[in-house]
Design a protein around this ligand. Sequence first.
Ligand SMILES: [Zn+2]
Length: 213
Amino acid sequence: MAIRMSHLDGERGDWIPRTKVGKMVQEGKLASLAEIFTQGLKIMEPEIVDALLSNIKHEVLGIGIVQKQTDAGEKTRFKALVSVGNEGGYIGVGSGKARQVRMAIDKAIVDAKLSIIPVLRGCGSWECACDQLHSLPFRVRGKCGSVSIELIPGPRGLGLVAGEAAKSILRLAGIRDCWTRTFGSTCTTSSMAYAVYDALKNSYRVIPPSEWS
Ligand SMILES: [Zn+2]
């Protein structure tokens, strides 16, 4: 299946939905991402996200070079890591490979849109105890490979106490104040990004006391 790139710069133009959920979005029968997630439906077309999140933004977290040996010699490709979000409770992380940087980024944006998830925000900071959605309601943990990260609610005005990639993702998710703690020996941008994504995914999962630390 070829990925059409026409939607990438905000022009949905001639989107012809290929899935049932896509058709329902175009017909206005599904009017928000919240409806899609509460009904347990799957997003298989990036245009669905474009249609329902008008203020979606992306940030490039990293670009890498992938060398591959072929019969014709060495082939260079680029790998892009991207995060998408609306700064209001939705986040996605994705990656893409291509011969040109721009194409790799475009593919990564599509991948990130297909991975979009809701994030439960709140104020779980005892110093703050307000009713605004500036942080997380409680601690969450996430993992990717050997990297784990813990996101800890913080008071208003704290900012994001995190590395660059984690900061970008948290900001795009709409979290303005929190601490982070990372565990693990090797810490690539990519495993860090997916660990943060996993932690945010866990905001909608209640952690049993046996996993508290
Ligand atoms: Zn607060």
